[in-house]
Write a protein that binds this ligand. Structure first.
Ligand code: ZN
Ligand code: ZN
Length: 367
């Protein structure tokens, strides 16, 4: 990964703000700019890259070996065991002699900001929002390769779960088995706690796991993903374990049509809100507009939900290198829900669907 060039790109953005330095506190942002994957660490970046603290990783003794492995060339400040990371940052900022500092408003809380301002009376503190997240939207080749692998691991894990599904299994057991398979296939673990929703529980888009058994209904909605070198995948499929009612067929075909219509609309230059609208139109024409009660999807990468968020109010435009989920759903209280989710890369000429699990209704029948 070319961390240096990422920091260069950030410096160009930072210069426009007029701040003499940016204190990067968002964990994924620190990782993105340095390769360091530990927590409790900040990165101080100045626009000219000079001065002590041109770019300094502020960390602690637990991470010395990890830093040597992950970002050996980076200047670091290791705080004393009795100092907090904020106190260490204050020290580094003071010694750098800067008079204006930007903080990341999306990750630093108000109390911490106020404490820092109090200890740094000579430093004007402003803030940025979404600046590094904006850079992170466009994935480079290495990042795309890691996401591809995260998708592959998720798909293999799902294939095992599907092939070994039994009527007496509970949502909790299936979720656990899925996490286990992700690790067996080389992932670090799930990219988020899997959602396994049997029957009517799928009416809750973010259902928590219960002891409900597969045999207690005709469908299971599974929403899961893998972590691979911190990069994420995120997929959803609905498996059929009983009879396909006319209602299930109708809802399923509708969601699938909405999803494929939205995916077909993905290419560079298209507004995100248009892609969302394409899916929503299909659902609305069938009279289910209010049952599709969440955004169409989200960017994914170092975090499971990142920019660009795929929703109607978005002002973002698709660009090559973005990786987004497309996951329309219809939820009917007391009946259940259908959501179908794939991960899509925006290419120079259009898009590539990174995930390849079957999704036609007949292909979802388990037994
Ligand atoms: Zn998902
Ligand atoms: Zn998702």
């Amino acid at each position: 990964m070319d961390y240096q060039s990422r920091r260069e790109k950030l410096r160009i953005l930072l210069k426009k703000t007029g701040a003499q330095a940016l204190l990067v506190t968002g964990r994924a942002n620190v990782t993105y700019l340095t390769g360091f994957t530990g927590d409790s660490s900040y990165l101080l970046v100045t626009p000219d890259g000079k001065a002590p603290g041109g770019q300094v990783l502020i960390s602690d003794g637990r991470f010395v070996i990890q830093i040597a492995e992950e970002c050996p060339k980076l200047e670091t400040y290791i705080r004393r065991p009795d100092a907090t990371v904020q106190q260490a940052a204050i020290k580094v900022i003071r010694s750098s002699g800067i008079s204006s500092l930007a903080i990341e408003a999306d990750s630093m809380n108000v109390a911490t900001r106020d404490r820092m301002a109090e200890k740094l009376p000579k430093v004007a503190i402003g803030h940025t929002s979404g600046m590094i997240e904006h850079l992170r939207q466009i994935k480079d080749k290495e990042e795309i390769a890691l996401i591809r692998e995260a998708v592959r691991i998720a798909e293999r894990s799902f294939a095992v779960i599907r092939a070994s599904l039994r009527p007496e299994q509970t949502e909790i057991a299936i979720g656990d088995a899925l996490e286990h398979q992700i690790r067996l296939f080389g992932g670090e673990g799930p990219s988020f706690p899997p959602i396994v929703a049997v029957g009517d529980r799928a009416a809750l888009p973010h259902a928590n796991l219960t002891n409900k058994r597969v045999e207690q209904a005709n469908t299971i909605l599974i929403d899961w993903g893998a972590n691979y070198h911190i990069y994420k995948s995120d997929l959803t499929r609905v498996l059929v374990t009983g009879k396909i009612s006319p209602k299930l067929r109708r809802i399923y075909e509708l969601v699938l049509a909405a999803q494929t219509t939205a995916i077909a609309a993905i290419r560079p230059g298209v507004a995100v809100c248009e892609v969302d609208a394409a899916a929503r139109k299909v659902v609305a024409e069938a009279g289910f507009a209010r049952r599709f009660n969440h955004g169409l999807g989200h960017g994914l990468g170092l975090e499971i939900h990142e920019a660009p968020l795929m929703k109607g109010t978005s002002t973002a435009t698709l660009k090559p290198g973005m990786v987004v989920t497309v996951e329309p759903g219809i939820y009917l209280t007391g009946w259940g829900g259908v959501r179908i989710e794939d991960d899509v890369l925006v290419t120079r000429t259009g898009h590539e669907v990174l995930s390849s699990l079957p999704k036609q209704l007949e292909e979802m029948i388990v037994y």
